[in-house]
Design a protein around this ligand. Structure first.
Ligand code: ADP
Ligand code: MG
Length: 285
């Protein structure tokens, strides 16, 4: 391919809200047939809000939220920001903070070992999940908080699809690409979001390190994969994909691992990137 024509494509990309790592990236865009999309912060805004605190019978909702917020204050995960923002200041101090990306956070608060995160994270740290633990409403992400051996409350957080996501998915389909939603979140939440934006294929409840494995498995099936993500937990999958696209609204780690960055958090730019690359390469031939 002529470098000059590729450079023209690169410059045009910048005008359209796509930052391209280098001209050679446009080449890898051409053969893509599958677009794997991270959910939180990519298809959705990632600006989560706490919508309910539901304690196990006998537990105090305010106390559960106060302790959960203190622990989550140490994390910058969208779930953590929502929980930390929902409790009145001042929050108690925390010690010995341990965060496991894509799972949750543990810390010592007022002498108690408090654990906040996805249900499997609490279970994995030996906390009991009582049978009286409430179930989250459809489409709400469950976050559990527990201490002294037991989960004490369910915190429900919710997030909305970006306004442009459904249109972006339609645009990707019209280019002949198959979208797939990939998330560390629960199946019920993932399926609700997928239905809202028009995605049929879903892989949920994956740990951060498994995201790259999912991409590799698709590649082993002969699919040429673009991955769109925003989080630290997406970086390995972005690097593994034939084409990695990062949301500019996400983390530096995601942008560093990606071939393209979509400026302004607009997923429609993913379709624009594919269209641009096909057009640019067509003029070269
Ligand atoms: P996605 O893959 O959709 O971007 P993540 O992998 O970042 O989602 O997170 C997966 C799940 O892990 C979240 O939906 C939440 O249940 C849980 N989680 C991750 N970090 C935290 C945290 N700091 N506090 C509570 N829960 C968390
Ligand atoms: Mg994400």
């Amino acid at each position: 391919a002529t470098p000059t024509a590729l450079m023209v494509g690169t410059g045009r990309g910048a005008q359209l809200g796509i930052l391209i790592r280098g001209p050679e990236v446009l080449e890898s865009t051409r053969a893509v047939d599958t677009v794997v999309l991270d959910k939180t912060g990519t298809v959705t805004t990632g600006r989560m809000a706490l919508v309910a605190v539901r304690p196990v019978p006998g537990q105090d909702a305010d106390e559960a939220l106060r302790l959960a917020a203190a622990v989550e204050h140490a994390s910058s995960h969208p779930v953590a920001l929502a929980v930390a923002a929902a409790a009145p200041a001042p929050l108690p101090g925390v010690e010995d903070v341990r965060e496991v990306p894509g799972q949750g956070v543990a810390a010592v608060v007022e002498g108690r070992q408090v654990v906040v995160g996805r249900p499997s994270f609490l279970a994995g740290r030996g906390l009991e999940l009582p049978r009286a633990l409430p179930e989250p409403a459809d489409g709400h992400t469950p976050v559990l908080v527990g201490w002294e051996g037991e989960a004490r409350a369910l915190l429900e957080v919710a997030d909305m699809p970006r306004e442009t996501s459904a249109e972006a998915i339609r645009a990707l389909r019209s280019l002949g690409l198959t979208p797939l939603l990939l998330t560390g979140d629960q199946w019920s939440v993932a399926e609700a979001v997928a239905a809202q934006v028009g995605i049929d294929e879903v892989v949920a409840e994956v740990l951060p390190e498994e995201k790259a494995t999912v991409v590799a498995k698709l590649q082993a099936e002969g699919r040429v994969v673009a991955m769109v993500g925003d989080g630290v937990n997406d970086a390995a999958a972005l690097a593994m994909a034939d084409l990695g696209l990062a949301m500019s609204t996400g983390t530096d780690a995601a942008m560093a691992a990606a071939d393209l960055t979509l400026v302004g958090g607009d997923l429609r730019a993913a379709a624009t990137a594919v269209r641009l690359s096909r057009r640019t390469l067509a003029t070269i031939k």
